[in-house]
Write a protein that binds this ligand. Structure first.
Ligand SMILES: NC(=O)c1ccc[n+]([C@@H]2O[C@H](COP(=O)([O-])OP(=O)(O)OC[C@H]3O[C@@H](n4cnc5c(N)ncnc54)[C@H](O)[C@@H]3O)[C@@H](O)[C@H]2O)c1
Length: 417
């Protein structure tokens, strides 16, 4: 019954849109649209460049994926927009993809259709610029916002077991979101209105950014006082309400981007956002602190041979977007001998060039300065060869919260930052 009721078109088949399309296809008639010809061609051949889904899984939807230059979508009555919302180099929000996706949908919109936006935006965007474009043909439609919460690479918090926030400007829209997302998610939460849901999504990520900035500064202070911050965090964790944050470099496409959307909005409206701005800029600059720390230490080592492990912006993913570890690598290689342990194919596919890799397990024991940035399944398997004792004393800077080294290995000299 419900299957026949909703014909869904997912617009933007990236990290968010593709898993969404796959889940929806278990219950509804779904098609997927993307503006990137290469992405569409790859998906038609059941290949996911983000290496999240197997060929077998994609075979189910590969015939339902189209480029956005065709009118295949005319039969749809629900459109879900999952396109990127990045920032320009000056950190100003870049709405181009979102507005062009809205324009595409507006051309196909029919009376009583439903448009759900999942892309992260600042409060007022959905009912402001998005609605204006979607309204071009003056058609009655339900406008909804349902922010995405998945954590790419996280097998625990997937679409099917998270609470999905939904919101709409009409009762009918809210009911439609409820019916659709209840099929594919553990639970839905009806936000009071669209603006509340927009702000909640951004604030979730700001909370992380602010807490990481605080933890980063804590680690610097502890280090200057000659205290191990790892030990400090372990001690803090015994309190019932201690927060589970680790120092580290904040990159990627959510935590390091979303705060800028609210900051920009506040600037325009003359609202104070100084705490958010300060923490964002502290995290943005933290790579320089880490770099300076490494340089200071390396100068004391004879013939340093540096190995950087993992360039993904965080643990557990193969995703190099806005990775601070790539920035760190570029800085270090100007001065030192540095090689990287990382999967070659995904790096190439992401268009990242000029990275000198060393994935040869026979060589890995020869490095004396190890910086573990981020790890995933592939790197976990190889990492053990690094600590095979060809060079006995090794310095280890562990920037990954998932990598656990052998504390009994007396050849490892741990660096705190
Ligand atoms: N990746 C995550 O873990 C995550 C988590 C929560 C929220 N989000 C948010 O979800 C949104 C999507 O993020 P993503 O990581 O999936 O992005 P992505 O870059 O992986 O994918 C977006 C896809 O949209 C396509 N696209 C761009 N413009 C288009 C257009 N006009 N029409 C059709 N297709 C278009 C691109 O070609 C790309 O394939 C962003 O707003 C992001 O902030 C992402």
């Amino acid at each position: 019954m419900i299957k026949k009721k909703y014909k869904i078109c997912v617009v933007g088949l990236g990290y968010v849109g593709l898993p969404l399309m796959l889940e929806l296809s278990n219950f509804f008639d779904v098609i997927g649209i993307d503006a990137d010809r290469n992405r569409v061609n790859e998906l038609k051949k059941s290949f996911d460049r983000n290496l999240e889904f197997s060929k077998k899984k994609l075979d189910r939807i590969c015939k339902k994926v189209f480029l956005n230059d065709k009118k295949f979508v005319l039969k749809s009555n629900v459109y879900i927009i999952t396109v990127p919302t990045p920032v320009y180099v000056n950190n100003k929000p870049d709405f181009r993809s979102l507005l062009s996706a809205c324009k595409y949908v507006s051309k196909n919109l029919k009376s009583n259709d439903t448009v759900i936006i999942e892309s992260t935006v600042s409060p007022g965007t959905v009912e402001g610029p998005c609605k204006k474009i979607l309204n071009l043909n003056k058609i009655n439609f339900n406008l909804c916002f349902s922010p995405e919460r998945i954590n790419v690479g996280d097998k625990e918090h997937t679409l099917s077991n998270l609470v999905k926030v939904i919101s709409s400007d009409t009762k009918a829209g809210l009911k439609i979101c409820d019916e659709i997302y209840n099929k594919i998610c553990k639970k839905v939460y009806k936000a009071k209105n669209i603006k509340t849901a927009e702000m909640a999504k951004i604030f979730e990520n700001i909370q992380r950014d602010v807490n990481i900035a605080l933890t980063n500064q804590g680690s610097v202070i502890a280090n200057k006082l000659g205290i191990s911050f790892t030990d400090v965090l372990e001690t803090c964790s015994t309190k019932w309400n201690s927060l589970n944050f680790y120092p580290g470099l904040v990159g990627g496409h959510c935590v390091s981007i979303d705060p800028y959307y609210l900051i920009d909005d506040c600037k325009k409206k003359n609202i104070d956002s100084s705490i958010i701005t300060l923490c964002r800029s502290y995290n943005e600059r933290f790579v320089n602190l880490v770099y300076n720390k490494i340089v200071k230490l390396i100068k004391k080592i004879k013939k340093p041979k540096i190995l950087l492990v993992g360039l993904s912006f965080k643990d557990g993913v193969v995703d190099f977007r806005n990775s601070k570890y790539i920035e760190l690598y570029k800085m270090l290689k100007k001065l030192f001998f540095v090689r990287v342990l990382e999967s070659e194919q995904p790096l190439k596919k992401s268009g990242i060039k000029n990275v000198k890799l060393d994935n040869n397990k026979k060589n890995l024991g020869n490095y004396n300065f190890i910086i573990v940035c981020s790890i995933n399944y592939f790197l976990k398997k190889k990492i053990k060869y690094i600590f095979s004792n060809r060079i006995k004393k090794k310095y280890l800077l562990n920037l990954s919260s998932k990598f656990k080294y052998n504390k009994n290995n007396t050849n490892i000299k741990l660096i705190n930052f």
